[in-house]
Design a protein. Structure first.
Lengths: 658, 199
């Protein structure tokens, strides 16, 4: 390895670090091209991730506004702000937006930004595929909202049960748009999963063995594996649905041998893991934030990793507990009750590890930690109601009532959105170079926490009192009025807190306190580089000596060879600075293995995404779009892949046989 | 920069198998597509379990073309294997010769696949049985089509394009995907042609 005399033709090599000629060359190499065309051709993981995060957050706000309209309608009995048809679209759009356009993609978006920085590398694997996944996601989301704007928003609920969503009961194009939105977003999520898995396995900095990978990265990798096995199910199900609607197949048509419960099985085989796809990244945020603000390494690293993996496995054995009200064998239901109880064990292991870390640390109560503590309170409540719902008799009692609405919001907002907001406060200085305001942050947290409980706690009681989900209004005198009003007030308090968050983010972008490299004194690698990071992330790839590389001092060279040991390496050198060259390491031990060439920015991922969009939307209107639509896709993908001569010559000059 | 440098300038610039990123990307695709096939087979068996008769108002698919095609697919693993070996030896001439053989195989099995559709004895819009049979065969055919197109692009590249070693890694991983497309056919063949004949 240390044989520079055998190295390829002399070029500019990295290693000297910031401020050098090589560093400037690295910046030029990894920067996205200038101009509008350059912006559209960008492949730098940080540019794509920034757009991705902003886009998902915009969908979050849109979904929230839909929820506010629903809460206004339900604030008092017999209201007429919206009619039943629009109300059906509102709750379907709200659920679909939050699940498919916000909760899962925002986690992947944050991961695309942070994972390469945490692993000590300069790019995600497959940067063009990453860009393609973003464009596909954007177009799918825009298509759904365009349909909604033209009164063609889906109206059969976020899980689109057949027969309601089938051709007989939902004529028109509304459900077709829903089914294609699924195809767009799940394609994007699947591709991002491949990007994340490959990045984690192959591009870690030397020395970052499997048992030194930051827990957030573990969480995202486990999530990515779950995506691989869960998402195909909903894609298959929605494809079968759209074929039933458009080309006369009978998958879900009982009159011709089809079966409606097949939809429920396929949907929840995806839908239950989906809950954990949203929840596990939240756990990853916690495991990143807690050690920093407790000022000690995490307690029980191995237990936490194993708990993540166990949760992922068990998540695939729970789907039937969403279907207890369907006609299924009772023994089967008992099995799924037991499995649902079982998942409490890995969840508890994680919570106890975090409590142990917090309990033995010196706590620094900044905004990110407040959101973490809010998580504990809300998620534990949501977990309790989850155990109640896992038991068949209780589930049948409260099925399709507001109790379920309360439970799922406690789990998803407590388990994912609170950690996510904590994560925004925590990494905002890394993204932008400036800290967010602590004062506004506290207001943001407390308003969110109080508003959330005001909005959703009464729904437990409403559910017990029999208020069904998805009704656009209710009569006076049922005893529901007061609690509905409180819930609406709570919803507006949440909206105010999110508004404060946006104000805080925009103000801090310009006027926040300068953060420096590592404002929190954290231990993971993303804090080893500038804020915001330069285009190449690191001017020299670090060599890792512990789980919190910034808290571990490598043995200094002086106690090296003289005492018979190897000198401790601090950083990598010898990668090309004037070409996109990256170090790949071995899967388990992260030993240096290959110098890989990475592709340049190109417009073709965008063109391919447009071609795919034409096919997907066209197929809603004619099945032949699948045939003629595949031709431009084939052309665009070939142009994307086809090697350019100058790039190839550059790679040849760096080539070396194994 | 102070400290001790780990000089990596002498490392190789490409590697085959799980050393390459492309292998991991292909592995991810195989995991996704494999799950898709498994779920579609699951849906087939589930629909069968919900029906009193199977196949529903149809005779089982004719065995002839499906069995011939299975044979062709299995035999195509041989030129595919030779392509992979040639690619891993970075032998451009042999790689393009064997890849061309693969392409010829794929054109043959695509034609026979058309005959398979014609002898299914049911239509996608007849009933749920017809729908799921067409779905299974259609899903697999999409994989044949994309793999044929990938192979054709690589054949042209091997003849005309600017070459570097990384392109041999691409050829090698395309061969891996080919194995998947062939091997995943075997359970689908058993389900489409065998299950309707079970009593």
């Amino acid at each position: 390895m240390n044989a520079p005399d055998h190295a390829p033709r002399s070029r500019l090599k990295d290693g000297p670090g910031g401020g050098s000629r090589e560093a400037a060359a690295l910046d030029d190499t990894w920067r996205d091209p200038p101009g509008l065309l350059g912006w559209l051709a960008a492949v730098n993981h940080k540019s794509i991730a920034r757009r991705f995060i902003v886009t998902t957050f915009a969908f979050f706000v849109a979904g929230g506004i839909l929820a506010l309209i629903m809460r206004l309608q339900l604030a008092r009995p017999n209201a007429h702000i919206v009619g039943p048809d629009l109300y059906n679209q509102l709750f379907t759009m709200h659920g679909s937006t939050m699940m498919f356009l916000f909760a899962v993609p925002v986690m992947q978006a944050v991961a695309v930004y942070l994972v390469p920085l945490m692993l000590g590398t300069r790019s995600v694997a497959f940067p063009r595929l990453n860009a393609f996944a973003y464009w596909i996601f954007l177009f799918g989301g825009l298509m759904l909202y365009a349909a909604f704007a033209f009164n063609a928003g889906p109206d059969a609920g976020w899980f689109s049960y057949v027969p309601l969503a089938g051709p007989d009961y939902s004529p028109g194009k509304r459900v077709d748009f829903w089914a294609q939105m699924i195809t767009f977003t799940e394609l994007s999520a699947l591709l991002e999963a491949i990007v994340i898995i490959t990045t984690v396995f192959k591009l870690r900095a030397p020395g970052m063995t499997l048992n030194r990978i930051p827990l957030f990265v573990w969480a995202m990798m486990v999530t990515a594996f779950m995506v691989l096995f869960a998402m195909p199910s909903v894609m298959l199900a929605s494809t079968m649905l759209i074929m039933d609607r458009l080309v006369g197949t009978h998958f879900y048509n009982p009159a011709e041998g089809g079966d409606v419960v097949l939809w429920q099985h396929l949907f929840w085989f995806f839908g239950h893991p989906e809950v954990y796809l949203i929840f596990l990244p939240g756990l990853g945020f916690l495991s990143a934030i807690i050690p920093t603000f407790a000022k000690r390494p995490i307690y029980g690293y191995t237990a936490l990793v194993l708990a993540l993996i166990a949760t992922a496995f068990l998540a695939f054995g729970l789907w039937v507990h969403h279907m207890f009200a369907a006609n299924l064998p009772e023994l089967g239901k008992s099995f799924f009750t037991a499995a649902s109880m079982l998942i409490a064990i890995p969840s508890a292991v994680q919570i106890f590890c975090w409590i142990a870390t917090l309990g033995s640390g010196r706590l620094d109560f900044r905004t990110p930690l407040l959101f973490v503590l809010g998580f504990f309170f809300i998620l534990v409540l949501g977990g309790m109601t989850g155990i109640m719902l896992a038991s068949v008799p209780l589930d049948l009692q409260v099925h399709d009532t507001y109790f379920v609405v309360a439970h799922l919001h406690y789990v998803l907002i407590g388990g994912a959105v609170f950690p996510l907001f904590g994560a925004f406060y925590y990494w905002f200085p890394k993204f932008t170079g400036r800290l967010m305001s602590e004062r506004l942050g506290r207001w943001n947290f407390w308003l969110f926490f109080i508003g959330f409980n005001a909005a959703f706690f009464p729904m437990h009681l409403l559910g017990f009192q029999g208020m069904p989900r998805r009704v656009y209004t209710y009569q006076a005198g049922l005893g529901w009025d007061g609690m509905n009003l409180i819930a609406t007030i709570g919803a507006f308090v949440i909206a105010l807190s999110v508004l404060l968050f946006i104000v805080n983010a925009l103000r801090s972008l310009r006027r926040g306190v300068e953060a420096g490299d590592n404002p929190w004194g954290a231990g993971t690698l993303e804090w080893a580089t500038a804020s915001p990071p330069p285009p190449c992330n690191f001017y020299a790839i670090p060599v890792v000596h512990g789980r919190e590389p910034l808290w571990v001092q490598p043995r200094v060279k002086s106690d090296g060879p003289e005492e018979g040991g190897q000198p401790a390496f601090t950083h990598v050198s010898g990668l090309a600075a004037d070409a996109r060259e990256l170090l790949a390491t071995t899967v388990l031990d992260a030993r240096p293995d290959l110098r890989l060439n990475f592709p340049d920015p190109t417009i073709w991922p965008l063109v391919s995404a447009i071609a795919v969009t034409v096919l997907f939307i066209g197929s809603i209107f004619t099945p032949w779009a699948v045939v003629w639509g595949s031709i431009p896709i084939a052309i665009a993908l070939t142009a994307w892949f086809w090697p350019r001569r100058p790039e190839t010559l550059l790679h040849l000059s760096l080539e070396r046989r194994p | 920069m102070t400290g001790s440098e780990l000089d990596v300038s002498g490392l190789p610039s490409y590697g085959f198998g799980h050393r390459s990123l492309m292998w991991w990307g292909t592995f991810g695709l195989i995991a996704i597509e494999g799950t898709l096939f498994a779920l579609a087979i699951g849906a087939y068996l589930y629909l069968r379990s919900q029906s009193d008769t199977w196949p529903i108002s149809a005779a089982p698919p004719l065995l002839l073309w499906g069995s011939i095609n299975t044979l062709i697919l299995v035999v195509s693993m041989w030129p595919n294997h030779m392509t992979k070996r040639a690619a891993e030896a970075c032998d451009r001439v042999r790689a393009r010769r064997w890849l061309l053989a693969c392409l010829l195989f794929s054109l043959v099995f695509l034609v026979v696949r058309g005959l398979e559709f014609a002898t299914l004895q049911t239509r996608w819009d007849s009933n749920a049985y017809g729908s799921i049979v067409w779905m299974l065969l259609g899903l697999h055919t999409v994989h044949l089509l994309t793999d044929t197109y990938d192979t054709a692009v690589l054949v042209v590249l091997l003849h005309t394009g600017p070459m570097e070693a990384q392109r041999f890694v691409d050829v090698s991983e395309n061969a891996l995907y080919w194995y998947f497309v062939v091997i995943s056919w075997l359970p689908i063949y058993a389900v489409i042609y065998g299950v309707p004949r079970l009593q």
